[in-house]
Ligand binder design. Structure first.
Ligand code: ADP
Length: 319
């Protein structure tokens, strides 16, 4: 391949920029031209495509968001719309595409691959919910944002002897809640992968209070219910009155952490290698700190699994 494209799609995540940088620099290092597709699949269909040079990705390694912009185009599930995208790529002489995004973006990349156009998926989402990789780009940065918030909320919770419910993102996955809850010392973590028992939550809060704990932190994954809904249920069935904090989109922004920059650099570069080797239709990931790649169709058929041992540990440590 002598010309490849790169786009970011779906929800943005901190680390997409270092991933784009890696794609561009790795390709140019191997004398391959790179084209940026601006605005995800929408920009692809509309032909919003520009050649990227070494300098185009200068000074972005530390920036959150994505210099290529992102967009949502539900119509991309339609074969005719996908064909238009492929026509645009072919009109520019682009022979393969790196798609950086989440689950939905992978479905778009899979659809293009099934139509005979080679794509490689790079997992970019804060949710850590992509099958075929243990970590996604943006997860670590989001976690650091969440624990920074938990630490601050803990200060005020301690001063006022309060119970706080903190709602975090993650869509249908509990990874952000679990990792941040464990790292932030939350008393209770609620994840969509495990049912919760309100009596157990209340017993934990009570036993903490009885041994003099001045605060309690409950982390709720958005995939369970809203923080306000959980607080309402808690108040209804117990004596606990809580304050609620919904962290929201701050979790999607900020300068990517070292871990995310390194991960993005490795995965972005590997995606280019695969295209150069003529191995499109793959999804790249990391397992046991080694780069891996799967057939993108197989990758989507796999299920993302949350580390339940970590969940068990979080319960043992927050007695
Ligand atoms: P994310 O990639 O973060 O999961 P979305 O689910 O919004 O975000 O998906 C991003 C984009 O990927 C969508 O706006 C759409 O253009 C494309 N996409 C999603 N699902 C499909 C699908 N089944 N087939 C083709 N394209 C899809």
């Amino acid at each position: 391949m002598k010309k490849i494209g790169v786009l970011t799609s779906g929800g943005d995540s901190p680390g997409m920029n270092p991933a784009i940088r890696a794609v561009v620099r790795k390709a140019i290092f191997h004398n391959v031209e790179v084209y940026g597709i601006y605005g995800g699949y929408l920009g692809l269909v509309n032909g919003n495509i520009k050649k990227l040079e070494l300098g185009s990705v200068g000074d972005i390694i530390h920036r959150g968001g994505t210099m290529l912009q992102s967009a949502r185009l539900p119509e991309f599930a339609n074969r005719e719309v996908q064909k238009k995208g492929i026509e645009q790529l072919r009109a520019h002489g682009i022979e393969g595409l790196v798609v950086i995004g989440g689950d939905g973006s992978y479905r778009g990349a899979k659809a293009l691959t099934e139509q005979g156009y080679p794509c490689v998926g790079v997992p970019g989402t804060i949710d850590n919910d992509i099958p075929g990789t243990e970590l996604t780009i943006g997860f670590d940065t989001a976690l650091n944002t969440v624990i920074d918030a938990i630490d601050k909320i803990r200060d005020t919770a301690t001063s006022h002897e309060r119970t706080f419910v903190i709602e975090v993102m993650g869509r249908d996955a509990g990874d952000i809640a679990l990792w941040a809850g464990l790292a932030g010392g939350a008393e209770t973590i609620l994840i969509p992968e495990e049912n919760y028992d309100m009596k157990e939550v209340a017993d934990r809060l009570r036993s903490g209070h009885e041994r003099g704990k001045k605060h309690s932190i409950i982390v709720v994954a958005e995939g369970v219910c809203s923080g306000y809904e959980f607080a309402r249920q808690l108040k209804e069935s117990t004596e606990f009155d809580t304050r609620v904090s919904v962290l929201g989109h701050i979790q999607r922004g900020g300068s990517p952490t070292v871990a995310d920059r390194v991960l993005a650099s490795r995965l972005g570069a590997r995606a280019v290698e695969l295209l150069i080797e003529g191995r499109g239709g793959r999804a790249v990931g990391i397992e046991n700190n080694k780069l891996v790649d799967y057939d993108i169709i197989e990758a989507l058929d796999k299920k993302h699994t949350l580390d339940l041992d970590l969940f068990k540990l979080s319960k043992e440590l927050s007695i």
